[in-house]
Write a protein that binds this ligand. Structure first.
Ligand SMILES: *[C@@H]1O[C@H](CO)[C@@H](O)[C@H](O)[C@H]1NC(C)=O
Ligand SMILES: *[C@@H]1O[C@H](CO)[C@@H](O)[C@H](O)[C@H]1NC(C)=O
Ligand SMILES: *[C@@H]1O[C@H](CO)[C@@H](O)[C@H](O)[C@H]1NC(C)=O
Ligand SMILES: *[C@@H]1O[C@H](CO)[C@@H](O)[C@H](O)[C@H]1NC(C)=O
Ligand SMILES: *[C@@H]1O[C@H](CO)[C@@H](O)[C@H](O)[C@H]1NC(C)=O
Length: 464
């Protein structure tokens, strides 16, 4: 002990004297929330705005009800009991779904190309959901991982490669801290989390493993709510992630790190699933939402009415970005590895819209108003450079009588109004009573409309 201490001390001393020049600018984070929370969010995240969330796992095999299928079955959800009774022998267990998980049509290049076409800037894949099955060949998930059972592939590694090889999107991983039915977890829980065998032998080794192996730029933590953050050693893990991990400069994390952390500690805030407060937030946040409005997992019984429309999706994007959020758009992946064409269509539609209107989205900042004071379904973003400030107006519905009345923007004599993707500027008048602006939408033949679902006006040289 004595010798080892002295030896390390000498080593550390030698290291410090030689590398202070390179190290002095890098802050070292302590395993406390005060220190962890003080880390500035890497700039790429706020600039990115649009991410894709993928839920994929053994639950994709029944693809019925939701990703909580196993839990619903165990807690005797009548629909799930009926589904099992009708379709499977009585001795069938959840683990038996594992060998039916084949991913036989998994083409990670194709997925990467779709996410790029969608205009997304990052992707977050479930590496492991609450069922405990790992989509990578984890050393800590014996016989319950995608190499040993089911696809016989490294699903995480393939997507990471394709994303990095074919796109400039950031690659991220979702990871559930807890597992519903892991014996060690149940034991710790029974001990009121005074013991932490599960954290030490499963959760932390896995977290270190995925970070070191796949170098994710997002670690999207979940499954934190039953136990306090001390049980999960969250601050210790995050201090390592920020100080010493291979992604210490680029990684961002969310706020689901144990009891008391949601909407309170960590990196950006998610606050609740599908959080979209509609008003400006002080802290960077993310709206994680779903294309299938009632499930994160792929559901074979979903009907068209369950799927968000492109108008609905763009409205969600606009309201989120205006209030300082990022949007993380979820698609459930099928057990065969494919993304359903209805999700592909929604994503590609969003991409065509962003091709025209991305200027108002990527790297934008919230304006002094988030929505309008007079007209409904109007959202604002802005951009500020040394020479000029620009305000963008998301117009979700074409204005009746082609006149849009806005209360928030105060025009000057030189104010210029254009529509992104359209060649000519628009006429406008100062609104007589509000001091706002009335904007005249010209007649535009449908074939010349720059986008089909929502239009973005660019306001230059305003007085406010
Ligand atoms: C379930 O029972 C059937 C016979 O009823 C048997 O053939 C099958 O191997 C059993 N399956 C499992 C997973 O135990
Ligand atoms: C990257 O893509 C190229 C061409 O599509 C392919 O030849 C190469 O093997 C890929 N590399 C990796 C690491 O996947
Ligand atoms: C749960 O804890 C109680 C004592 O608090 C103990 O008697 C029991 O055996 C434990 N059960 C399990 C499954 O660990
Ligand atoms: C976990 O936390 C405990 C107490 O805070 C600490 O002693 C231990 O070193 C931590 N372990 C890891 C692997 O972070
Ligand atoms: C703008 O948003 C605020 C806050 O959500 C809301 O109270 C107000 O009604 C909205 N304004 C319009 C015109 O919709």
């Amino acid at each position: 002990m004595q010798f080892s201490f002295a030896f390390h001390f000498l080593l550390a001393f030698a290291f410090l004297t030689h590398s202070t020049a390179t190290l002095k600018n890098k802050k070292t984070y302590e395993p406390t929330w005060e220190s962890i929370d003080s880390r500035p969010l890497p700039a790429w995240f706020d600039e990115a705005k649009i991410g894709i969330f993928l839920h994929w796992g053994v639950f994709s095999v029944p693809s019925f009800k939701a990703d909580w299928f196993w839990y619903s079955w165990q807690t005797k959800d009548p629909e799930v009991l009926e589904f099992m009774k009708k379709n499977y022998p009585p001795n069938f267990t959840y683990a038996d779904f594992g060998s039916q998980f084949k991913a036989e049509f998994y083409d990670s290049d194709l997925l990467a190309d779709i996410f790029k076409a969608a205009g997304a800037k990052y992707v977050v894949l479930t590496s492991k959901h609450h069922e405990g099955y790992t989509n990578w060949p984890s050393k800590y998930s014996w016989n319950w991982n995608s190499l040993d059972l089911g696809p016989k592939k490294d699903l995480v590694g393939e997507l990471a490669n394709s994303i990095r090889n074919r796109t400039n999107l950031h690659f991220g991983l979702y990871h559930s801290l807890y597992e519903w039915y892991h014996p060690l977890y149940l034991q710790d829980k029974n001990n009121s989390f005074k013991t932490n065998s599960f954290t030490m032998r499963k959760t932390l080794p896995e977290l270190y493993e995925i970070v070191n192996t796949y170098k994710p730029d997002v670690v999207w933590s979940d499954g934190d709510w039953e136990a306090p953050y001390q049980y999960w050693n969250s601050t210790e893990f995050l201090a390592w992630l920020y100080n010493d991990s291979p992604v210490s400069e680029t990684v961002v994390v969310n706020d689901r790190w144990g009891g008391g952390t949601l909407c309170n500690h960590g990196g950006y805030f998610t606050c609740s699933d599908k959080y979209n407060p509609g008003v400006l937030q002080k802290h960077k946040w993310e709206n994680c939402m779903t294309l299938d409005l009632s499930s994160w997992a792929y559901r074979r019984v979903a009907q068209l009415r369950d799927i968000i429309s492109i108008e609905g999706l763009i409205a969600e994007v606009a309201s989120t970005i205006s209030c300082g959020g990022n949007i993380l758009i979820n698609a459930g992946i099928r057990s065969d590895g494919r993304i359903d064409p209805i999700f592909e269509e929604r994503l590609r539609q969003l991409g065509t819209w962003l091709k025209v209107n991305g200027e108002a989205v990527y790297s934008s900042i919230p304006w002094k108003f988030q929505n309008d004071t007079i007209s409904k379904n109007i959202w604002y973003t802005s951009k500020q450079s040394d020479s000029e400030k620009v305000v963008y107006v998301f117009v979700l519905n074409w204005p009746a009588q082609n006149i849009l009345t806005l209360g928030a923007p105060q025009p000057s004599s030189t104010t210029k109004v254009t529509m992104l993707g359209y060649y000519d500027s628009f006429l406008w008048n100062k609104h007589s009573s509000s001091g706002g602006i009335d904007i005249v939408f010209p007649y535009i033949p449908p074939t010349q409309l720059p986008s089909m679902w929502a239009w973005v006006l660019k306001l230059q040289y305003l007085d406010n």
